[in-house]
Ligand binder design. Structure first.
Ligand code: HEM
Length: 381
């Protein structure tokens, strides 16, 4: 027996010696949310940060991060203190504008999102999703991307040639020094080919503003929806029991998608800038400071959601911020939500058991400070 214990001890000792020294806990003072080991799974880090405070300054980023659900809700509802100006390069007319100017423009744009338009886009989403299903497919490139682009193109009134040109322009711009600025220039040059552009001109919107709004719709509607579709399908593959529950009762697709939106918003954070010295949840933020409302953290705040990290089909609390909140709450939320629901329901209906063709731990992600989304996900039906 003694010899056995000694042999085990001989084997275990080097293992113990090899254990790396415990990493110092990352705090608001030290954390870098761009670090590769964080972008792959930022959620435990948000949780650790939230324990320090719901509103924190991150010196390595030179911005304030808002992690608590209540603090995020307060910031979303106070555009007079928290301005959307950081979005000015994307669109200065609606998204980066603050009330009262934004309010008037939003009223005009909202008329283009009538129930009749939403119903038409739902049909488009169903038709596209159904036509794209194959026995094996990449749910990112062969499904989520074409469905999201097709629905947004229909909203904008763009024909197939127009969409092809946009896609080609996006690929071209990737090789330039400033891909987003280059792509925006291309989108602006094409905007007048969209029937939404004509509708905006008819509604007395100046031409430059109409161009800006058309490009905003493309940028806001495509990648967001695609990422949620891909993530929803991945979650169904990761959790066999959820997949079976959804097959048994398709009415559960809606709460499932809501949970996917809560747990995996396509953008972790939305930017704001302090218009004056402002107080948020007891913390003073100086005028001009940059702020990130971290919806991915707020959506998992245990003060708002029980078992916040778990996907629960019976949650019944959808007060998440995947679509933002307040004056700038997503104007395409109904369309985005419906598109994801249809894409998920269609794939379930057309398959008997969804599975990943590659081991799940080989999936590559687009992982940055603000997003975490599969780049490719090959599935069999
Ligand atoms: C699942 C899909 C989508 C998600 C998760 C999403 C998310 C968001 C979020 C978080 C905001 C607020 C940004 C902020 O407050 O800083 C927003 C705004 C906006 N979204 Fe969406 N979006 C989605 C789909 C769409 C679609 C399909 C469209 C239309 C084509 C769209 C158009 C817009 C526009 C125009 C705004 C700006 C509204 C304003 O500033 O008043 N979105 N979206």
């Amino acid at each position: 027996m003694r010899r056995y214990v000694a042999a085990v001890a001989r084997r275990v000792r080097p293992l113990l010696r090899r254990r790396p020294p415990a990493a110092p806990p990352l705090s608001a003072a030290t954390i870098d949310l761009r670090a590769p080991e964080i972008v792959g799974d930022p959620f435990p880090h948000y949780e650790a940060l939230r324990r320090e405070g719901s509103v924190l300054f991150l010196p390595r980023h030179d911005y304030w991060i808002v992690l608590g659900h209540e603090a995020a809700r307060a910031a979303f509802s106070r555009p007079e203190h928290f301005s959307n100006a950081p979005y000015r390069d994307i669109d200065a007319v609606l998204l980066a504008a603050d009330p009262p100017e934004q309010t008037a423009m939003r009223r005009t744009v909202a008329k283009l999102f009538s129930p009749a338009v939403t119903a038409r886009l739902e049909e488009t989403a169903s038709r596209l999703a159904d036509a794209l299903v194959r026995p094996e497919l990449d749910v990112v490139s062969d499904y989520g991307i074409p469905v999201s682009r097709g629905v947004t193109a229909d909203l904008l009134g763009l024909d197939a040639a127009g969409v092809e040109e946009i896609v080609a322009a996006e690929i071209r711009s990737m090789g330039t020094a400033d891909p987003l600025a280059d792509f925006i220039t291309s989108l602006d040059a094409m905007a007048h080919r969209s029937s939404m552009f004509d509708a905006l001109i008819d509604a007395q919107v100046p031409e430059e503003s109409a161009r800006s709004l058309v490009r905003l719709m493309w940028l806001a509607g495509t990648t967001t929806t695609q990422r949620v579709i891909s993530r929803a399908i991945l979650r169904m593959i990761e959790d066999e029991r959820d997949q079976q529950a959804l097959r048994a009762d398709p009415a559960l697709v809606r709460p499932f998608v809501e949970e996917v939106l809560r747990l995996h918003p396509p953008e972790h954070m939305v930017p704001r800038v302090a218009r004056a010295d402002v107080e948020l949840d007891g913390v003073m933020i100086p005028a001009g400071a940059e702020i990130r409302l971290c919806v991915s953290a707020a959506n998992r705040d245990p003060a708002q959601f029980d078992q916040a990290d778990r996907l629960r089909l019976d949650r019944g609390n959808s007060r998440h911020f995947a679509f933002g909140s307040g004056a700038h709450a997503c104007i395409g939320a109904q369309i985005g939500r419906a598109t994801v629901n249809i894409a998920v329901a269609t794939l379930l209906r057309r398959s008997s058991a969804l599975r990943s063709i590659r081991p799940l731990d080989e999936i590559r992600y687009f992982a940055t400070e603000t997003a975490l989304s599969p780049e490719s996900l090959q599935v069999g039906l």
